[in-house]
Write a protein that binds this ligand. Structure first.
Ligand code: NAG
Ligand code: NAG
Ligand code: NAG
Ligand code: NAG
Length: 237
């Protein structure tokens, strides 16, 4: 008799334990989001790059601008459902009034954080739209519609095996073929090339789009994207 009672309560106990474990698992999955996306941003350039992030939708709890020294990387956990642009600013400095500015990709916030301001020309852009309609599908592309300042690559790394999922990139160092009137110079070096189209348009054909073909938008379900500035095997054109 006492044996059967003890067996019963132990069974009950196991059931409760299992239930608690299940609840914990469910809550953890919901809270941290098994579908949360990370961006691993790598600076393979031999200069400091100041990544900037603009959110068109989805509130940002992450940084919107920071410095990344040559050879360094930073991992960002992105808001669950968001869209916007990520780019690299170069030739940045604090002016005599202590305001932060960049000769390429400046977001005119006067600080290192872009605080809701988008890139200005010239800047190679990675456009992203993550977890669209909560179905865990991400869209992204690398574009020169706002001109060009750095070679850039976006590579899905985890869980990429759906339809049109591919690496998109602009793998050229485009400072020779840029038309003179569109060049952005610093210390006699061409540091960027503006888009010839005003207003800026995705379908603008130019030396830029010739050197850096505007590939179709990639559609992925990855949980980590490698975003690299100056990836190796970049050609100078
Ligand atoms: C950076 O690399 C380029 C070639 O890719 C070279 O021309 C330049 O001198 C290098 N700059 C520094 C500071 O090492
Ligand atoms: C500009 O000033 C900020 C804040 O004082 C500092 O963190 C940053 O390193 C400076 N940037 C440059 C390019 O000197
Ligand atoms: C664009 O896509 C094609 C294949 O679809 C690929 O060969 C090419 O390297 C891509 N270009 C860039 C700039 O990523
Ligand atoms: C183009 O960039 C390369 C690598 O940074 C540099 O060595 C070269 O001087 C640049 N050319 C022009 C015309 O600015």
């Amino acid at each position: 008799m006492s044996l059967s009672v003890s067996t019963m309560s132990s069974t009950k106990f196991s059931t409760i334990l299992l239930f608690i474990l299940l609840l914990t698992f469910l809550f953890h999955t919901l809270a941290t989001g098994s579908s949360s996306t990370t961006f691993t941003i790598v600076n393979s350039c031999n200069i400091t790059v100041y990544p900037g992030i603009f959110y068109a939708a989805g509130t940002s709890s992450t940084t919107t601008g920071f410095s990344l020294h040559s050879g360094k990387s930073k991992v960002l956990t992105m808001p669950h459902s968001c869209s916007g642009n990520l780019w690299g600013r170069t030739n940045c400095f604090n002016n005599s009034k202590g305001m932060f500015h960049c000769r390429t990709g400046d977001c005119a916030s006067s600080t290192m954080e872009c605080n809701g301001r988008d890139a200005s020309q010239p800047a190679t852009l990675a456009k992203f739209n993550l977890n669209v309609k909560s179905n865990r599908v991400d869209y992204f592309s690398v574009t020169v519609e706002k001109g060009y300042n750095l070679p850039m690559k976006v590579q899905p790394r985890v869980g990429k095996d759906i339809g049109d999922c591919m690496t998109t990139s602009c793998m050229v160092h485009l400072n020779k073929t840029c038309p003179l009137e569109l060049k952005v110079m610093s210390e006699r070096q061409c540091i960027g090339c503006k888009s010839p189209c005003q207003p800026l348009s995705k379908n603008c054909y130019s030396e830029l789009t010739k050197a850096c073909p505007q590939n179709a938008t990639s559609v992925c379900a990855s949980t980590d994207y490698l975003i690299e500035f100056c990836p190796t095997s970049t050609r100078c054109v």
